[in-house]
Design a protein around this ligand. Structure first.
Ligand code: PLP
Length: 309
């Protein structure tokens, strides 16, 4: 997914030209992965562009930093305002992806991160569908990775920490090289955790099931939560339930959720078609509701939209 440059990047309170948004090669995060980040999307709505669940993303960013003992020198309100300002300044009327990053800068080396300067940047660019248009329509094929998700007592899976994504990248490489679109990681106890950057759901006997995030060592997904609310409001039974790989093989339907991947159907797991091998009715209905929600077409979910104008 190539990045299309926009005009400005917010760096430590300043709007910097895209080409000048640089960091020193000896920045702490470059060496030890000691930062946290968020992935956020804004969508066009009839009232102008709106960032979806912005306050929830910023809250999770601050929570991630807290877990890693990084003191962000800005309040949640300041980060919310900066994000909205950036969308406005760059004129992202058709929507965009947003990447706030809290990183440790230049000045200290060594494994004690507590003395390194805390820096914050927010970038935005237009980003189409993460797994592709075809993926949204027809679904993706996934592989159960040979890489296990981190044990939460080895690396805190509740935090969206920079260095932790080596685990996801290894699983992604393995899946792509094997001819699949995405990987599913199992937790250290062998139960289903999540995908490389998405949570996972299955449909079984009319109910919607997803692994309990803390048990499964998965990130508490904001899209996951959104889909659960939509499903419950449609009268669908939603359960947090531990899943094993054969639950995926035998599911009636399956899909993954994430800010980047939105709601993407899964058409096959380890070469076994899920259900009919095409997106099922519940997946399709929830996908439609999700896109209507983020585009502000459903009145009852408008509180999730942060209008930037
Ligand atoms: C590992 C992982 N799991 C799940 C998700 C989905 O989270 P969200 O729906 O909040 O984007 C993400 C994306 O941030 C992720 O990186």
């Amino acid at each position: 997914m190539p990045i299309t440059p926009t005009q400005k990047i917010w760096m430590d309170g300043e709007l910097v030209d895209w080409a000048d948004a640089k960091v020193h090669v000896l920045s702490h995060t470059m060496h030890y992965g000691s930062g946290v980040f968020e992935g956020i999307r804004a969508y066009p709505t009839s009232q102008g562009v709106a960032v979806f669940r912005l306050a929830d993303h910023i809250r999770r960013l601050v929570a991630s930093a807290r877990i890693l003992m990084i003191d962000i020198p800005y309040s949640e309100d300041q980060l919310i305002d900066a994000t909205a300002q950036l969308v406005r300044v760059n004129g992202m009327r058709d929507g965009c992806y947003l990447r706030p990053l809290v990183y440790l800068g230049y000045g200290e080396m060594g494994l004690n991160p507590l003395l390194a300067p805390v820096k914050v940047s927010i970038a935005t660019w237009p980003w189409g569908t993460y797994l592709g248009e075809e993926a949204l329509k027809r679904g993706v094929s996934v592989k159960i990775s040979t890489w296990r998700r981190h044990d939460p007592n080895a690396v805190p899976t509740a935090a969206k920490g920079v260095g932790m994504y080596v685990n996801s990248s290894l699983a992604k490489i393995e899946a792509i090289k094997g001819g699949y679109d995405e990987a599913v990681l199992l937790a250290s106890d062998g139960r289903v955790s999540e995908c490389t950057g998405e949570n996972i759901f299955i449909v079984r006997d009319g109910a919607l099931l997803t692994p309990p995030t803390s048990d499964a060592g998965a990130l508490d997904g904001i899209t996951q939560d959104t889909v659960e609310v939509l499903a419950k409001d449609m009268g669908i039974e939603v359960r947090h339930e531990p899943l094993i790989r054969t639950d995926l093989y035998l599911a009636d339907e399956a899909f993954l959720t994430g800010t980047a991947a939105e709601l993407t159907p899964i058409r096959a797991v380890d070469d076994r078609p899920v259900g009919t091998g095409t997106p099922g009715p519940m997946t399709t209905e929830l996908q439609r509701a999700y896109f209507a929600t983020v585009r502000g077409e459903l009145e009852q979910y408008k509180d999730w939209l942060h209008l930037v104008d």
